[in-house]
Design a protein around this ligand. Structure first.
Ligand SMILES: [Zn+2]
Length: 463
């Protein structure tokens, strides 16, 4: 069955690429109000494409005040797993236009690369899945697994309405596993499975002293200076080696296995080069962890801004009545943002700062995401990659945060696989975005093989 699917995909490649060009001609820029009609048109295009592929229950579903989600399913593989495909049909604005060599919404192929806004992020990668469904249904008349699609229109504006949408339509979206292609390989020909993203806890600390700024000659030395209290507090957050000194901060952090650390060595940047590129005298931080590990797999507490006192020209000798700092913690599995902020609050209360009051204002939350590399779905994905590329993928993590991925996995209680077919240097979010067309063939083949392998996995009953 797989062979005929792959042959079908090869035979219809030109038609499929022409369809991708149609998809790319719609300027579905979610951030700009002027493109609202294009967003609606693009959702219609995706719906039509899903219908054409043979999917059922195709539905353009509204979100609460945002761009719609396109849903579709094919559920005729009884006893087989259900996989939810997530992706997005919105794109980043094309500006600055003058830096594009060809118009952003007029796709052009050069050197086997397809140039257009959205080509790699994420329209090209979304269409791969639709065409794999079509190939299975046209050749075998069935799919090896049950499939659902959830293609949203707000990924580039932080998936504002999707968490509420997922909660609301939890039943309809229910799946055994989730797959998405919106990440990158290590390089052309070298596949990668990104299996971890960091979470985020952001808060502001405000230190208040007297009811107004005070004359430093009349009050200095006898009244606590909020900046002094704040700097004392801030310096207590780390030890001499840069480890976070907040009690309990590392309690839930999952240790790295040898296998993970080995894989990281293949993708880690050269630390000397990092140092010289940044023009710093040396790198810094937690002992025993590489730069790559520190920036992807270890949590941080970073003071991102400090303010207080007179910022104008010259020196104004006062004791300011307020000082504040903003802090961003990048979290790793299985830390919890609430718990981390509780720990920071306890850290503050455990110290004494006479003469001032200190407040912590919680502002940003995002849970870390991880799918352990030994999960059966991850093994199946790695095998599918290997069968296509002739090479086992490297395991990578990102230091950044894509909160919606964690939300999908948690709310639907299903492991998420990030099966990226993007290549570094494809200019996503930048002028001259493009997609390497060899990854059209590799992508469809890998997805078809992945579903074939998934069909053999038993997920058991959901609890
Ligand atoms: Zn994307």
């Amino acid at each position: 069955m797989l062979e005929s699917v792959l042959t079908h995909l090869q035979a219809h490649k030109q038609t499929h690429i022409e369809e991708l060009k149609q998809f790319l001609r719609i300027p579905s820029v979610s951030a700009l109000a002027q493109h609202v009609p294009d967003m609606a048109r693009c959702a219609e295009w995706v719906a039509a494409s899903l219908r054409e592929a043979g999917l059922e229950h195709v539905d353009i579903m509204p979100t609460d005040g945002g761009h719609p989600v396109v849903y579709a399913d094919w559920l005729h593989a009884p006893g087989k797993p259900t996989v939810l495909v997530y992706g997005h049909y919105d794109v980043q604005p094309a500006d600055p236009l003058e830096l594009w060599e060809t118009p952003p919404f007029d796709p052009v192929i050069k050197d086997n690369k397809l140039y257009a806004r959205g080509s790699t992020d994420d329209k090209g990668q979304v269409l791969l899945y639709i065409k794999v469904v079509e190939a299975f249904l046209k050749t075998a008349g069935s799919l090896p697994v049950n499939v659902k699609f959830c293609i949203e229109g707000e990924e580039e504006i932080a998936s504002k309405h999707l968490p509420a949408f997922i909660e609301k339509h939890q039943e309809r979206l229910q799946a055994d596993t989730i797959v998405l292609s919106d990440t990158q390989m290590q390089s052309l020909g070298k596949p990668a499975l990104m299996y971890g993203l960091r979470g985020l806890a952001g808060f502001e600390i405000t230190v208040d002293g007297a009811n107004s700024d005070l004359h430093s000659g009349l009050f200095g030395g006898a009244v606590q200076n909020p900046i002094h209290a704040l700097t004392k507090l801030l310096s207590s957050f780390h030890d001499e080696e840069g480890r976070v000194a907040v009690k309990g901060f590392y309690d839930r952090v999952l240790a790295l296995s040898d296998k993970e650390r080995e894989s990281f060595k293949q993708v880690a940047p050269d630390e000397n080069k990092v140092r010289t590129d940044l023009q710093v005298s040396g790198l810094y931080g937690e002992q025993g962890y590489s730069f790559y590990e520190q920036t992807t797999s270890r949590p941080t507490l970073e003071i991102t801004s400090v303010s207080g006192g007179f910022q104008g020209e010259g020196i104004k000798p006062i004791i300011p009545n307020r000082a504040s700092a903003k802090i961003a913690c990048r979290l790793v599995a299985a830390q919890q943002p609430e718990e981390i902020m509780d720990a920071v609050e306890a850290h503050i209360h455990a110290q004494s700062f006479p003469g001032v009051t200190i407040q912590l204002d919680r502002q940003l939350y995002g849970n870390p995401f991880i799918t352990p590399i030994d999960e059966p779905v991850m093994v199946a994905a790695a095998e599918a990659y290997e069968a296509t590329f002739g090479e086992w993928p490297v395991y990578t993590r990102s230091g950044g945060s894509i909160p919606i991925i964690e939300v999908l996995g948690r709310v639907l209680n299903a492991p998420v696989v990030l099966m990226g077919f993007g290549v570094p240097g494809e200019n996503l979010h930048a002028p001259n975005e493009h997609f390497h067309l060899e990854n059209w063939d590799n992508g469809t083949a890998t997805i078809a093989r992945y579903w074939d392998k998934l069909s053999a996995i038993s997920f058991g009953e959901k609890v």
